[in-house]
Design a binder for this molecule. Structure first.
Ligand code: IVH
Length: 748
């Protein structure tokens, strides 16, 4: 209900306390503990589940006349019955189902084709408004509804995606669908998903005579139900409700694409029956999509903080989704060419997820020949500097770092909340500081004095200017505070392309201070690793795309390939040791490392520090005495119960392996991928492979079962080596694969 009983900080404190308690007492962890929402190792694929009864869809209508027919038809079917209708919003998301047994959530699934869907339990558990348990629920309860993303959540997610250099999602529904398809529940937990429940599947041990009553019970159990519902006695009331909902359409935090009309009495559903695909007792009424026709009278070009040139369509103003639109982004020159957008064209404007309006398509048959083709400027429209496409980027950039547009952008970014949070400096103030040449570079802020800033005027004579006045003090205090902010915030504030909040945190976690970055062996290793993988791909003598032409070439390539693979191993292991990469176990060639710092990010960072601007920036930081430090890591104390103890986890445990790995690390232990002579314990869960266990035994590593691990974690005792039978049941079948010792996997 968006009315939290406690604040975020209190919630976080309680959550951390719970986590700590559960770490100390793993036996207290219950399936419905809030800590069990997130976690879970990535899945290889989704299990399929059968829907019983099938998940049907709704017949759609666009006209009110269709609804009259719908009502007339039903009344003729059951002339002796009387009923009301319920009208509720049609939420534009992804249909899903939740299955509760004895009040405990045991399964969540996508609709799929209606008969068979994907098991997305781990993903859905991350949605906070989905109850993990229902006190007092019937023995079996399947509810159905929609997973969606709010417009603001979607905008925020897209901001993060773009910052990380990924393609933004088209609209909130795509983003929700894409998120549910993620195989890594930890990634899903970062997506702003929510869910609403509006229907029932199979139920045993309870009956709901009316739809409205059922929704009421769902809400009492803690489900989110449609936030707007109207009980309508007859069809005119239904039509009025549909109109009312249309006027409210844009006031919901999520997108709705229509109204759903349902017969309220559930006891007559069976008699009303269904068609092959949809029940007869409900209809969807679709509203017109949020688009409007208008004309592009001009195309202008904006210059962003990193110099990217973005063409913008200036439109004859139209009202769309409740607000007036006069501009729409055209993204880049390729997009303009692809849609063949010309100046003077009549176009459809759509609000994709209520963020920035975009041009959907051109009404080419309305052209009269006066339209003109737009060409991207060859020089920067703000500073006149040179424009270039870097590498294989789609975007064109102004390459003059002194460009005023870039200066303002950099200053705003530097002062923004996720960067150094200097609230007094944003928008108009940033523009004025740059225009009056008080600040050319964000670091100039640190040279401003109090009297200077107090006298600073924003705006000009013509439009009326005002003094910065009291804000001067606030700004200087924020700047002083900024000097002490940690490395990740400063790295983000520096505004290097491809380095968003998350990437900055990842890079910061592997470094001690800012001044280390330009010569960072880690960034260099990440970059080099990227190059080596490319080399390995082109040298691989077994490549099917690029076969060696004769034996001599094959041999030469094999030698070079081996050398590259060796180098990859050395660099990869360094990154693993630094805690920024993981190795995929196995004998694949080249060996597979996955680094949290991506090649693009390392490349950008190193290029920045090697550039004249970057060198100057570092020099100035040094002169100002600023060298941001990494946030202190929570290093487990030397007397932590498992300090220095090395583990390997294998087989299926009662919780995902990363969960146990995290607990071992928190207790000071280390988790390795493969058993070696340094491994103290091999924890073998169900179906553990025989090879690891026999290797462990040959090396004298103690083999434990899960209970043994829990005992160690609880610090109660160090169990004796498990007897031969402890790590059971052991899978026997795989013997063939494991007796073939070195089967190289073909990768390229
Ligand atoms: S009732 C048996 N109610 O619209 C029909 N559906 O094509 C159960 N939807 O697949 C669906 N909001 O994904 C129902 N308030 C609502 C809805 C709703 C959105 C979706 C659902 C369904 C599709 C209909």
């Amino acid at each position: 209900e968006a009315r939290p009983e406690i604040g975020d900080a209190d919630y976080d404190a309680l959550y951390r306390e719970l986590e700590a308690l559960e770490r100390e007492h793993p036996e207290w962890v219950t399936a419905d503990s809030p800590t069990q929402r997130v976690g879970g190792a990535p899945l290889a694929s989704f299990r399929q589940v059968r829907h019983d009864p099938p998940m049907m869809s709704l017949d759609k209508t666009h006209s009110r006349g269709d609804l009259v027919d719908f009502d007339t038809f039903l009344r003729r079917q059951l002339p002796d019955e009387v009923w009301d209708y319920v009208v509720e919003p049609k939420v534009d998301g992804v249909a899903f189902s939740l299955l509760y047994e004895k009040g405990v959530l045991i399964r969540a699934a996508t609709r799929g084709n209606g008969e068979i869907g994907d098991d997305i339990t781990a993903n859905v558990k991350t949605i906070r408004s989905v109850p993990l348990s229902l006190p007092g629920a019937p023995d079996l309860l399947e509810v159905r509804g929609e997973v969606y993303m709010t417009r603001s959540g979607f905008a925020e997610l897209n901001r993060r995606e773009e910052e990380a250099g990924r393609e933004p999602f088209m609209n909130p529904r795509n983003a929700a669908a894409g998120s549910l398809k993620q195989l890594d529940p930890r990634e899903v937990a970062r997506r702003p998903l929510d869910a609403v429940i509006y229907a029932a599947g199979s139920i045993k041990g309870a009956a709901f005579p009316t739809h409205g009553g059922m929704l009421k019970q769902f809400a009492d159990w803690g489900f989110k139900t449609p936030p707007w519902q109207r009980l309508c006695v007859d069809l005119p009331a239904v039509l009025a409700a549909i109109d009312e909902l249309e006027t409210l359409r844009h006031s919901f935090p999520f997108e709705i694409d229509g109204a759903v009309v349902k017969v309220n009495r559930r006891d007559i559903y069976d008699r009303l029956g269904s068609t092959a695909k949809s029940p007869r007792w409900a209809r969807a009424f679709k509203y017109e999509p949020e688009r409007a026709e208008t004309r592009i009278w001009k195309i202008t070009v904006q210059v962003g903080r990193t110099g990217v040139l973005t063409p913008v369509a200036e439109l004859d103003p139209v009202v769309l989704a409740g607000s007036e639109i006069a501009r729409a982004t055209l993204h880049n020159a390729d997009e303009i060419a692809r849609k063949d957008i010309r100046i003077g064209d009549r176009v459809w404007v759509v609000k994709a997820g209520d963020v920035i309006p975009a041009i959907e398509s051109v009404l080419t048959d309305k052209r009269d020949g006066t339209e003109t083709v737009f060409a991207m400027p060859e020089t920067c429209p703000v500073c006149g500097g040179p424009v270039a496409r870097l590498g294989d980027e789609v975007a064109q950039r102004c390459t003059n770092p002194a460009c005023p547009a870039q200066r303002v952008g950099r200053l705003e970014h530097f002062a923004s909340r996720d960067a150094l949070d200097i609230r007094a400096i944003g928008g108009k103030v940033a523009e004025a500081l740059v225009a009056q040449e008080w600040v050319k570079d964000p670091l100039d802020l640190f040279s401003l004095s109090l009297p200077q800033l107090e006298a600073f005027r924003i705006g000009d004579e013509a439009t009326g200017s005002r003094k910065f006045g009291k804000n001067a003090q606030t700004a200087l205090e924020a700047l002083e505070a900024a000097k002490a902010l940690p490395l990740d915030r400063w790295l983000f504030a520096t505004g290097i392309p491809n380095i968003g909040v998350t990437v900055a945190e990842q890079i910061a976690s592997a470094h001690a201070r800012f001044s280390e970055l330009p010569n960072s062996p880690i960034l260099t290793a990440v970059l080099r690793l990227g190059e080596l993988y490319d080399q390995a791909a082109s040298e691989n003598p077994r490549s099917t795309l690029n076969r060696p032409k004769d034996d001599a070439e094959r041999e030469e390539r094999q030698t070079r390939f081996n050398r590259v693979c060796g180098e990859i191993g050395v660099l990869g292991d360094t990154l693993v040791a630094a805690g920024v990469a993981t190795k995929t176990p196995g004998t694949a060639l080249p060996p597979l490392y996955s680094s949290v710092i991506k090649t693009e990010a390392a490349k950008s960072a190193l290029a920045f520090f090697a550039s004249d601007y970057g060198k100057g920036y570092l020099e100035r930081l040094r002169a100002l005495g600023i060298d941001p430090q990494a946030k202190p890591k929570s290093v487990p104390a030397a007397d932590a119960p498992l300090a220095g103890v090395t583990f390997v986890l294998t087989g299926t445990l009662s919780q995902p392996r990363p969960e146990f790995a995290a607990r071992i690390k928190a207790a000071g232990g280390t988790v390795q991928e493969a058993v070696s002579k340094n491994t103290r314990y091999l924890v073998a869960g169900a179906e553990a492979g025989t090879s690891k266990i026999s290797k462990a035994r040959s090396l004298g590593t103690t083999v434990l079962d899960e209970a043994g691990l829990l005992a160690l974690l609880a610090g109660t005792s160090v169990p004796a080596p498990a007897p031969q039978s402890a790590a059971q049941p052991v899978k026997q079948a795989k013997a063939k694969a494991s007796t073939e010792p070195y089967r190289q996997q073909e990768l390229f």
